[in-house]
Design a protein around this ligand. Sequence first.
Ligand SMILES: [Zn+2]
Ligand SMILES: [Zn+2]
Ligand SMILES: [Zn+2]
Length: 280
Amino acid sequence: MQRSGPSLRRLLLATPGNPAFLAGWRRTWARGGGQRSSAPATGPAFRWRSEAGWRRALQMLQELQADGYDASRMDWSWWTENIQSSNSKIDVTCQKCGHRSRGTKLQSLQSGQSPGCFCNGRVRWSSREGHARCLALLRDRFGERYDASRMDWSWWQKNIKNQRSKIDVTCQECGHPSRTTWLTSLQIGQPPGCLCNGGVRWSSREGRARCLELLKDRFGERYDASRMDWSWWQENTDGQRSKIDVTCQECRHRSRGTMLMSLQRGYSPRCLCARRRKAS
Ligand SMILES: [Zn+2]
Ligand SMILES: [Zn+2]
Ligand SMILES: [Zn+2]
């Protein structure tokens, strides 16, 4: 997930003063970034709440995971307000999974522990935080498009174990109940598969069932769809522009011109009694 705040790297580069520190930091980068820098983290003069402590913490985050954490909340004024000692906690957001981590003490960071998030498994998807995160992801990325009401907390406890667990939502546009999307797919920005986005194909059995359901829900028994059995469906349907084949029971007109996408948007099949009207 992209954050609008400055990256840690830019934040470091923008930090005024202390050329010695910056030189050391650049050396660390030149070595590959994985090793501890030579800047002192302890000793009689070292205080976490000092500017040197602030820079040190940002540097350690960078070393743990280059550009992995958005530390833009921890600007200098935040630091002076929130940091007293090695027991104080940092406030960063993982750029990959978007988890805001506020529980890591400076002393843990110093011993090489990354802030907990969904990526390193220290915040579990099965937790309440995981539940909230999933709902937030759906809302932030897709607005009101997917109805997630089945995934209440008791559903979550029963069904979610890790990032390979699957979510259960319904597309509000095509009505498809989508139950095959992993949390890990959602996390990297993939929408739950449905008939609108090609994640579920109209040519599938699910697509056929959805078509019959749409006809029934909107028009009751009005259109006879018996020609569209499974073998007809396989021969004649490949996408949302494919046309259905139904007969109006009232005027007996056989209608073969309506695309699946029109039906999905609420239009009735054309016939003599309903030239082209929207389902009410
Ligand atoms: Zn993460
Ligand atoms: Zn859909
Ligand atoms: Zn008719």
